[in-house]
Design a protein around this ligand. Structure first.
Ligand code: PLP
Length: 357
């Protein structure tokens, strides 16, 4: 099976399992797990921030950030297809009582003007008690829903500056920030620099089984630890999984370039096929989103029968994600299967949809 559902399907390598087995551990709720503490220091340093907190998932990391940055009733400005909007179970409303103000981006990238327009102008005749106070601006890089697209550094700095001018705090969902750097050559810390907080995931593409980190200045991270506990994220001998994350950062991060190249090859192999539609401009990292003529659920079923596993997304959308557990020949084999299914198996049946993490 060529599994293209996500870059989360990777399995720990024998070397990774060995460092996990030999990890020095403590009790992370008591802050004395040396391997967790080391990982937090390494990640904070890598992103140019003072501190980091290790958490089980990227969703928890984002939700802790929202909870720490906002009050109930606040407004979060964010792109429409963001993971925080679409794939975190309504966490913003349920856990922090915030409302989302979604902006439409081009390939996930929105502009300063859109922020200014949505926040409107203030005038002394309009009571400031009426609107939901906008307090947080969230960006996603790479942007999964838009096809793994990378924010150009200038555009990112520009919207962050505008957000600051409006008094917003800034959070970056960098679940795949590693991929943004691999694809663009811009170091992670440069992308992270304008933000108060950054979420990064070790389970996306890097090959670690579990784990994310929320990174920021120390007082913020100290407060975030309270919500980590409140949300049930306190872990004990978590050094076992932190060791895998450290190993992944050290040994797997530089391989991400290969996944980016393979995604381009896959996209180009599909672009010329009848019944398949790829916007090559949206293929910027390790994700390939494309459209099919037939029903997406039926397309996914038929590819699966032929050994290619993918997630359908909406009526005609599909997503394929490249990752380190694929072999060199898998891309060409997948291209062959997808083209064959698109040409030979049109189908009118509808099916359900899920966007995929
Ligand atoms: C996967 C993902 C997350 C959340 O990660 P989990 O560990 O699955 O909760 C957050 N943001 C983006 C953009 C993602 O792709």
């Amino acid at each position: 099976m060529i599994d293209l559902r996500s870059d989360t399907v990777t399995k720990p390598t024998p070397e990774m399992r060995e460092v996990m087995a030999n990890a020095v551990v403590g009790d992370d709720v008591y802050a004395d797990d040396p391997t967790v503490n080391e990982l937090e220091a390494v990640v904070a340093d890598m992103l140019g921030k003072e501190a980091a907190v290790f958490v089980p998932t990227g969703s928890m990391s984002n939700q802790i950030a929202i909870r720490t940055h906002t009050e109930p009733g606040d407004l979060v400005v964010i792109e429409r297809r963001a993971h925080i909007v679409r794939s975190e179970g309504g966490g913003g409303a349920a856990l922090s009582g915030v409302t989302m103000r979604p902006l439409d981006g081009v390939h996930g990238v929105f502009t300063s003007e859109q922020i200014t327009d949505t926040l409107g102008r203030r005038h002394r005749f309009n009571p400031m008690t009426l609107p939901s106070p906008p307090t947080l601006l969230c960006l996603e890089n790479t942007h999964n829903g838009a096809g793994g697209t990378v924010w150009p550094l200038d555009a990112l700095r520009d919207v962050c500056e505008t957000g600051r001018d409006h008094g917003l705090t800034l959070h970056l969902d960098g679940a795949r920030l590693w991929h943004a750097s691999a694809a663009s050559g811009v170091p992670e810390r440069d992308f992270a620099e304008p933000f108060d907080t950054v979420n990064v995931c070790f389970s996306k593409g890097l090959g670690a089984p579990i784990g994310s980190a929320l990174v920021g200045e120390r007082p913020f991270i100290d407060r975030a630890r309270r919500f980590k506990q409140q949300f049930g994220g306190g872990m004990r001998q978590a050094g076992v999984v932190a060791a895998a994350a450290l190993h992944a950062l050290e040994h797997h991060r530089s391989d991400l370039r290969v996944d980016v190249e393979r995604a381009t090859r896959l996209a180009e192999g599909l672009a010329s096929a009848p019944g398949l539609y790829v916007n090559l401009a949206s293929v910027q990292s390790n994700i390939v989103r494309f459209q099919v003529d037939m029903d997406s659920g039926a397309f996914a079923d038929r590819c699966y029968e032929r050994g290619v596993y993918m997630l359908p997304n909406g009526d005609h959308g599909m997503r394929a994600v490249l990752h380190r557990d694929l072999d060199e020949g898998d891309v060409d084999a997948a291209i062959h299967v997808l083209r064959e299914v698109a040409v030979n198996h049109p189908s009118p049946e509808p099916a359900g949809a899920h966007g995929g993490d």
